[in-house]
Design a binder for this molecule. Structure first.
Ligand code: 13P
Length: 256
C-alpha cells in the first residue's frame, strides 16, 4: 500500500493567451474539478496564472508556475519571484526543467537556489532531472541524475523534503514522441527513490512523488503509471487539450 497519491501535472510551456488558458482550465474543472483520487496541477505561462487561478477557484485542480527567481524582489528584469506567485494563489512551481537548463543556461547551483526559495515561500517545487541522449548512450544516465538531484537539494531539510515533487524527464523523450520504456523509466525512478532515502530518510523517500515526463500520452500512460515508483506524470503536449489531459488523469485514477 503506497502512501503516495498519483499526480498528473500539465506543463503548458509557452502556449496559450490568458483567455485560451482560462477556457482550457474551465473545461478541466467541468470534468475533473471534484476528483480527489488523484492530484491534478496545471502550469500555465505567468501571463495566464491569474485567469487560470480564477477558473480553478473552488475546484480540486491546483495551480503551478513554470519557473521562479530565487530573490524576493529587486533589479531582475523579466523575472518573477516566489511571493509574486503566492499572491496569485500558485501552490507549485516547476524548477530545473531541461528547457531552462539547455536553452537558458540554468546551472545546478542556480536551480538549488530556486528550490530553496520556493520551499521558503511555501511553494512546492516540481524538480526536473534527466539525461540527454548522448549521456544515456554513454551509460551515464544514473550519474547525471544523481548529480542533478544532489546539487538541487543541497540545504533542503528533511521536513522540507517531504513536500517535494521530483520529475524524471529524459531529455530525448521530451516532445519527440519517443517515450522511455517502462523498464528504463522504473530503473531511474527507483534509483531516485534510493537517493532520497540516502539524502533524507526512508519515510521521506516513500512520501515524495516521482513523476515521469517525456511524450506521455493516453496510449502509453497506463503502463508507465503501473510501475512501482512512477507516481504520475509531468505532461507537455498532451496537456494542451482537455480531452487528452482528462484521459491521462483517468489513467492515473485507474492505476490507483
Ligand atoms: P512532452 O509531454 O510534450 O514530451 O513534454 C514533456 C515535458 O517537458 C513536461 O515538462
Amino acid at each position: 500500500m503506497t502512501l503516495r497519491k498519483k499526480l498528473i501535472a500539465g506543463n503548458w510551456k509557452m502556449n496559450k493567451t490568458p483567455s485560451d488558458a482560462a477556457a482550457l482550465a474551465a473545461e478541466l474543472v467541468a470534468t475533473l474539478g471534484k476528483r480527489t483520487e488523484v492530484d491534478v496541477i496545471v502550469c500555465p505561462p505567468f501571463t495566464a496564472l491569474e485567469a487560470v487561478g480564477r477558473a480553478l477557484d473552488g475546484s480540486t485542480v491546483k495551480l503551478g508556475a513554470q519557473n521562479v527567481h530565487p530573490e524576493t524582489s529587486g533589479a531582475f528584469t523579466g523575472e518573477i519571484s516566489a511571493p509574486m506567485l503566492r499572491a496569485l494563489f500558485t501552490t507549485h512551481v516547476i524548477v530545473g526543467h531541461s528547457e531552462r537548463r539547455t536553452l537558458f543556461g540554468e546551472t545546478d547551483a542556480f536551480i538549488n537556489q530556486k528550490v530553496l526559495a520556493a520551499l521558503k515561500n511555501q511553494l512546492r517545487p516540481i524538480l526536473c532531472v534527466g539525461e540527454s541522449l548522448a549521456e544515456r548512450e554513454l551509460g551515464s544516465t544514473l550519474k547525471v541524475v544523481q548529480t542533478q538531484l544532489e546539487a538541487a537539494l543541497q540545504g533542503v531539510s528533511r521536513e522540507q523534503a517531504a513536500g517535494l515533487i521530483v520529475a524524471y524527464e529524459p531529455v530525448w523523450a521530451i516532445g519527440t514522441g519517443k517515450v522511455a520504456t517502462t523498464d528504463q523509466a522504473q530503473e531511474v525512478h527507483g534509483f531516485i527513490r534510493g537517493l532520497l532515502t540516502k539524502l533524507f530518510a526512508e519515510t521521506v523517500a516513500q512520501r515524495v512523488r516521482i513523476l515521469y515526463g517525456g511524450s506521455m500520452k493516453p496510449a502509453n500512460a497506463a503502463e508507465l503509471l503501473a510501475q512501482k515508483d512512477i507516481d504520475g506524470g509531468l505532461v507537455g503536449g498532451a496537456s494542451l487539450e482537455a480531452r487528452s489531459f482528462v484521459e491521462l488523469v483517468n489513467a492515473a485514477i485507474a492505476a490507483v
